[in-house]
Design a protein around this ligand. Structure first.
Ligand code: ADP
Ligand code: MG
Length: 373
């Protein structure tokens, strides 16, 4: 079984010696929350790459020669191209059809199908855009190993989006499907229904996938280089990120990937990495809220402004009357991370930035609790 052939995850210790790889990164793993815009970005990237392959240097005036064979073949692989249903990710036993062995087994079969599809085409002469949840870190590691096996590399494009926006997209799809079901019973489906006819997730499946999502960590070899696009990123920003993805590929214009807002600087000191600091500080706040809530039973919770700086300046979180659970806190945390992932330059990194991030996350939580409460 090819899926289990990858060796276990390497220890975190070895990750601190990383330097920016020079490519080629011909497997592009798209990842993100369910209904966060992954397929949209994957298609945009596919179209962009197709255009770049036809004309590798758009700044030069030379016209592309159509008869010249292209250096790479381009592939787009997704659950849809492999006819994998959203239901394979559903772990709730009540919604499983009787013939499915177990929820986990159906998802494993789906991953094996994706793995086989990638393996079939990936080579130093092929570029593969893999559109999907790709939410398990061990799975991304397996793909990384597979890419290495065939003599190429991989990179990750994370699509970020606030949880409420993504949930709204799924709800709209559910509503559309229900409406379409009724309509079909009466007459032919109309043309407008074909605009977004992607299969929705059942609400419990969607929530569960958000909860299970394992954020890419640019400190690891298999999640780097990590490129990020958020929902709000417009054409210019998208193009700039795609240009960097192109540079990470073994194109004629190949050059080292330069760290900036979307590629993350890796450093011997993990504290010098913005996305890492963002993850670490927000996780720490979630952890402390849960601890204090258990001790004090809600109300106001004080947290140190500086991680580990007990006894110093404090930040206050006002919890709503009812108990706040880990899933809810993680949802807010992910939304906050998605919002802040793209926006801040690396120059803001450091102790100061960590303090500001904590402050800003606490402010975000207070707003959210007030709105919900
Ligand atoms: P996923 O593949 O993650 O499930 P999709 O790419 O299918 O998500 O996008 C879900 C819906 O959101 C689609 O209707 C798409 O048109 C819309 N959408 C996706 N990305 C954006 C964006 N950046 N801005 C506005 N709408 C978007
Ligand atoms: Mg999709």
């Amino acid at each position: 079984m090819p899926v289990s052939s990858a060796s276990p995850l390497p220890s975190k210790k070895s990750n601190n010696r990383l330097t920016i790889p020079l490519g080629p990164q011909q497997l592009i793993i798209v990842t993100g929350l369910p209904t966060s815009g992954k397929t949209t970005r994957a298609r945009q990237l596919h179209d962009y790459l197709a255009a770049r392959l036809a004309n590798p240097d758009p700044s030069s005036n030379s016209t592309p020669t159509p008869n010249q064979p292209q250096k790479y073949r381009l592939h787009l692989i997704s659950d849809t191209t492999l006819s994998i249903s959203r239901a394979v990710y559903d772990l709730s036993p009540s919604t499983l059809p009787a013939h499915v062995r177990s929820a986990n087994a159906s998802e494993k079969d789906a991953r094996a199908a994706v793995y086989a599809a990638v393996k079939r085409v990936l080579s130093p002469r092929d570029i593969v855009v893999l559109d999907g949840l790709n939410y398990i870190k061990g799975w991304r590691y397996q793909l990384f190993c597979e890419a290495k096996n065939v003599g190429t590399g991989c990179c990750v494009l994370q699509v970020g989006c606030g949880g409420d926006v993504a949930r709204g997209v799924n709800e709209a799809r559910l509503a559309r499907r229900d409406a379409k079901g009724q309509e079909e019973a009466q007459q032919q489906p109309d043309a407008a229904a074909a605009v977004d006819d992607e299969e929705p997730y059942t609400p419990s499946n969607w929530e569960n996938l958000v909860f299970r999502y394992e954020e890419p960590n640019p400190m690891t070899r298999w999640d780097s280089p990590l490129f990020t696009l958020i929902w709000e990123d417009g054409e210019a920003r998208t193009r700039a990120v795609f240009d960097q993805v192109w540079d990470a590929l073994a194109g004629d214009a190949r050059k080292p990937v330069r760290p900036n807002q979307s590629t993350v600087q890796r450093d011997k000191d993990p504290g010098g990495d913005y996305l890492y600091v963002l993850e670490r500080e927000t996780q720490d706040i979630v952890k402390r809220i849960l601890e204090r809530q258990a001790e004090e039973g809600g109300g106001e919770v004080s947290l140190p402004r500086v991680n580990g700086g007990e006894g110093g300046e404090e930040l206050v979180v006002e919890l709503p009357g009812k108990k706040v659970g880990l899933p809810q806190l993680q949802r807010y945390r992910r939304a906050f991370v998605a919002l802040n992932r793209g926006g801040i330059g690396l120059e803001a990194v450091g102790k100061l930035a960590a303090g500001r991030l904590r402050e800003s996350f606490v402010g975000y939580l207070n707003d959210a609790f007030e709105k919900d409460g």
